[in-house]
Design a protein around this ligand. Structure first.
Ligand code: ADP
Ligand code: MG
Length: 386
């Protein structure tokens, strides 16, 4: 989070840019990182994200003048939103436009506005700055006379990302950014959207998010292929075991009985999802019990499974994970997010973080010739008006 003095300065910046007068409100939405549970969400399974302590700030003021005027300090660009012509412009402001567009299903006659975005969340670093800017915007609509319920904030933000921007992600990002609670991880059933706040009791541990520097380049075709492989595996397992709604519903015992009915590739995909789902449940229990050693172990197993069974890792993710688990004080590390690039999350003793940050960038560069960037974090609070 930013210091008070930095935020005060932004009020002056806002007035310098957009003029004085009127009520200026301030909203905040964090980024997120998933501790464990990847590629479980579209299989109706569990995920365990936390909000990071870095986020997006939105200063907003209703206006009478169309178009709406926007500026983002993060990308140093302005943009316009024409309420009468809400089509994607293929720029950064589409995340905002999409929210404004879908919010009209809840509130007619949204007025134009002036908005300044800023903050300390890195963009395109796998910490979901996209969900963060969407959710901040959806909350900020309150200042335009449109107060959305929390579940509608999630809906509008997700629709903006899926249907306006065109990124086919699951619900985890928007949900966790909206519902996160400081000092807790969010244990979420992606199928039913039931959730539980799990206290983060590992006071001696920090979380380091290391960005491999490989642009995730979410090879949409690969992502879609994994989804359809999971559907095929579910069909075959349902024939053997009786109808199941999703892969996460299949227990380990059932899977072990039926796995030989699957072709080898689908067997690997299903094995990842079914075992990963159980690991997420165990990880939530470890968090509550303060068992960092077992949690670290589960994170390592999760990485191996994503690498060898689900095959969504890449050389750079593997290199950063391997260098990380070799370091003193590291309890576990895994790729986090969809894969094919992006970030590794590392569970590490707090007093070893400095040493880690001194050693790992060089070691990683030696093996990949990429520069990694690191953010140290712990479970922060969810989206809110400040
Ligand atoms: P991630 O969500 O992992 O950070 P994405 O590629 O999904 O990466 O979303 C990043 C994009 O979201 C940026 O390239 C930019 O277009 C937009 N964005 C997010 N936050 C901001 C912001 N504060 N200001 C302007 N654009 C932003
Ligand atoms: Mg994103």
């Amino acid at each position: 989070m930013l210091e008070e003095s930095e935020i005060r300065q932004r009020f002056l910046d806002f007035e310098a840019r957009f003029g004085r007068g009127g009520v200026i409100d301030l909203y905040y939405a964090p980024g997120r990182v998933n501790l464990i549970g990847d590629h479980t969400d579209y299989n109706g399974g569990y995920v365990l994200p936390i909000a990071v302590e870095q986020g997006t700030y939105l200063m907003i003021r209703a206006s009478e003048l169309s178009p709406a005027r926007l500026y983002s300090e993060n990308v140093m660009l302005d943009a316009r939103i024409f309420p009468a012509d809400l089509t994607p412009a293929e720029d950064w402001a589409d995340y905002v436009r999409g929210v404004y567009f879908y919010a009209r299903e809840f509130c007619r006659d949204l007025p134009p506005f002036d908005a300044l975005f800023f903050g300390d969340l890195p963009l395109e670093a796998g910490l979901s700055s996209s969900a963060s800017i969407e959710v901040a915007t959806a909350l900020g609509l309150e200042s335009l006379g449109c107060k959305l319920a929390r579940e509608d904030v999630v809906k509008v933000a997700l629709k903006s990302e899926n249907d306006f921007v065109g990124m086919p992600c699951g619900v985890m990002d928007q949900f966790s950014v909206t519902y996160a609670k400081a000092g807790h991880a969010l244990f979420l059933n992606s199928g039913s959207l039931e959730y539980r706040q799990v206290p983060y009791t590992l006071q001696e541990c920090a979380l380091v998010v290391g960005n491999t520097g490989v642009r995730r380049n979410l090879l949409e075709t690969d992502y879609r292929r994994r989804r359809s492989e999971c559907e095929e595996a579910l069909d075959l397992l349902s024939k053997k075991l009786g109808p199941r709604k999703n892969l996460a519903e299949v227990t380990i015992n059932e899977f072990e009985r039926a796995r030989y009915s699957l072709p080898p590739l689908l067997e690997k995909r299903a094995e990842h999802v079914i075992y990963e789902n159980v690991r997420v449940e165990e990880a939530a229990r470890c968090l509550e019990a303060g068992d960092s050693a077992t949690l670290g172990h589960l994170m390592n197993r999760s990485h191996e499974s994503l690498r060898d069974l689900f095959e969504v890792s890449c050389q750079e993710l593997d290199a950063l994970q391997e260098v990380s688990i070799d370091q003193q004080g590291v309890l576990g590390a895994r790729m986090t997010g969809a894969g094919w690039g992006g970030c590794v999350i590392v569970l590490i003793k707090k007093d070893m973080v400095e040493r880690y940050l001194r050693r790992v960038p060089g070691l990683y560069w030696q093996s990949t010739h990429y520069d990694a960037e690191f953010v140290v974090t712990s479970p922060g609070g969810g989206a809110r008006k400040l």
